[in-house]
Design a protein around this ligand. Structure first.
Ligand code: NAP
Ligand code: 8YV
Length: 320
């Protein structure tokens, strides 16, 4: 919250949760107003709307047209994350509000979790842990056999920075790679499929690493899951909005697909309760970039983008 003193520092609205050490650095550079994520807008915010010139927000937080319209002197929105689907880019562009993100610094960390989810799901790592802790190894004997990634095809929806880093990791585990983007790449040796459905029919494990957007909303629907088939796995490290979540839950319940590894959900932090009882699903709390090292780099980049703007310098990572 503001401390009541006047300041020459630009006033920035910081939407939680952004780690405290980022807030500490930003405190030295900006006058900060902290807004709890999805909270009612407190008086400290409403009394200062005219002074706010910048927003720092997690990429998934909702900064829509109504929110931006409340801030007549808003100049920029700095997303703490590579995804910026929470910000209304159309409104920002129409009103000359710059938008930045934090690409590259999180690519390896997110791809690491993607690979870990492939291994955890196919190799029953979390299920095995539960089995041992419950004393079932001793009482029931060995766990059912798992599946090897080796020789299986990984189909990547969104072969960009993270998708390619995931492909490199999967190849080290003996997987072959195929992909679907809107545009075929001319710099990779992997087979291209013009639709998610065609890719699903051709692969054994489908990983989602595309942005959340209106274009990708419910891209993975019942039809695509049927094409993936009863021996297929879905790994989602992109956005919950890319998957028709009700169709996915049904497909897992009726064994239309074999299993799933999910880091992201349609209405986080809500996770459909039906998933909790399923042994063939590995669940994570949207933590693919959540290491001290990566979050520190993301936070510094968020602050660097804000600082560049207020110093009149070119923005390191402008998306709009
Ligand atoms: P990127 O380099 O821009 O790659 C995105 C890829 O998606 C591109 O290859 C793009 O190719 C493809 N794509 C875009 N729109 C598409 C569409 N409508 N249909 C099919 N493919 C489409 O981005 P990145 O750095 O790899 O990040 C990707 C996404 O990962 C982010 O936007 C974010 O949502 C998500 N993410 C999640 C976490 C997490 O914590 N789980 C962390 C970081 C990032 P074309 O343009 O040719 O279609
Ligand atoms: C973060 C992300 O979890 O970069 C993204 O798009 O989803 C993640 O890195 C998120 O932005 C943190 O607030």
């Amino acid at each position: 919250m503001t401390d009541g003193t006047t300041s020459e520092k630009p006033c920035v609205l910081l939407i939680e949760p952004i780690p405290s050490w980022i807030v500490d650095r930003a405190h030295d550079l900006f006058e900060l107003i902290v807004l709890p994520h999805e909270s009612e807008r407190p008086p400290e915010f409403l009394d200062n709307v005219e002074r706010i010139r910048g927003i720092a927000m997690p990429g998934f937080a909702k900064v829509d047209a109504a929110m931006m319209a409340l801030l007549p002197n808003l100049e920029m929105v700095a997303c703490f994350g590579v995804g910026y689907d929470g910000a209304d880019i159309g409104y920002a562009m129409q009103h000359g509000i710059a938008v930045t993100n934090t690409p590259d610094v999180l690519t390896d960390c997110v791809a690491d979790l993607g690979m870990a989810m492939i291994l955890a799901t196919l190799r029953k790592i979390v299920e095995g842990d539960r089995y041992v802790r419950a004393g079932r190894w001793e009482s029931e004997g060995i766990l059912d056999l798992a599946n090897s990634p080796r020789g299986r095809c990984l189909g990547i929806v969104g072969l960009g920075r993270i998708g390619l880093a995931l492909a490199n990791r999967a190849e080290a585990f003996g997987m072959t790679i195929a992909y679907h983007n809107r545009t075929e790449r001319d710099d990779v040796p992997y087979p291209y499929y013009p639709s998610a459905g065609a890719l699903a029919a051709a692969c054994d494990v489908m990983a989602l690493t595309c942005p959340g957007s209106e274009a990708t909303r419910n891209l993975i629907n019942r039809e695509v899951l049927e094409a993936l088939g009863s021996t297929g796995y879905l790994i989602n490290i992109a956005r919950g909005s890319v998957v028709d979540e009700a169709a996915l839950v049904q497909a897992l319940l009726d064994h239309t697909i074999a299993g799933a590894g999910l880091d992201v959900f349609a209405a986080e932090p809500h996770v459909p309760a039906a998933l909790f009882a399923l042994e063939n699903v590995v669940l994570q709390p949207h933590q693919a970039s959540a290491t001290v090292e990566t979050r520190t780099a993301m936070g510094n980049l968020t602050v660097d983008n804000l600082l560049a703007h207020f110093q009149g310098l070119p923005l390191p990572n402008q998306v709009a």
